[in-house]
Design a protein. Sequence first.
Length: 113
Amino acid sequence: MTVTTKLHLQALLACLEDELQELGWWEQQAPSAQALQSEQPFCVDTLEFAQWLQWVFVPRMRSIISSDHPLPSQCGIHDMAEVVYREKLSLVAGLLGSLKRIDAAINSPHVLH
């Protein structure tokens, strides 16, 4: 992963964090260890989607970036968010935009978005 890609993804994750904070969905206390160990995709059985973004997705992505591991081959977080927030799309437009940019950066890491 190039330095440019790393910096770009770090900036996108910071924007995602900002969006969650603006929505009032950024939490100060982590969910239980048991909730974080769910084997279901997106921890749907134990966490709200915003919690999963904060406590699972963002830390994992930061770990991948800092350890120079390869990015996932595909990312479709935006699509999941559209399903989860289908009843309040206008409220979460900024969040959806952030997720769409993250998906694009991971799916095409050689192209800056």
